[in-house]
Design a protein around this ligand. Structure first.
Ligand code: ZN
Length: 146
């Protein structure tokens, strides 16, 4: 394997695969978390978090802010009776997952969250540590010359 090819693999392909992979894992974690919390925009948040990992942080902050507010109908704004299947005012059907389904969402949001953590750890080991080592080596050679 020649040097240029090695550099291409280590310097570009591996970081790119890791970045895309960790985005996908975070997207899945956000999707199942949103489904678990009966968020009607689960797919939107999952896709946003997959492309821009910062969106997951915004998602978490929004949930934290709205946690203590009662749920409202997204169609007419009426306050919802917990666990009701229809909006009392406009009759909009509400998404009410079965207990087994909730359990599955809970399991998967945790699974993908930990896989995402593992992918971030891999990014640190494969990308950030080598950059620090290179910087240290450069610094040492710089000190030795001067
Ligand atoms: Zn309604």
């Amino acid at each position: 394997m020649n040097f240029a090819f090695g550099f291409l693999v280590i310097g570009i392909i591996i970081p790119a695969v890791l970045a895309v992979g960790s985005g996908v894992l975070l997207g899945f974690s956000v999707y199942y978390d949103a489904m678990y919390r009966r968020n009607e925009n689960a797919v939107m948040w999952a896709v946003l978090s997959g492309f821009f990992q910062l969106a997951a942080l915004i998602y978490l902050i929004l949930h934290f802010v709205e946690k203590h507010k009662p749920m409202r109908c997204i169609q007419c704004g009426e306050f919802l009776v917990p666990d009701s299947r229809f909006c009392m005012r406009c009759g909009r059907q509400l998404f009410v997952p079965a207990p087994e389904q909730l359990q599955m969402y809970d399991k998967r949001r945790r699974l993908f969250f930990w896989l995402w953590i593992a992918s971030i750890a891999l990014v640190i080991v494969v990308i950030i540590i080598p950059i620090i080592l290179l910087a240290v080596r450069y610094f040492i050679s710089y000190v030795n010359i001067s």
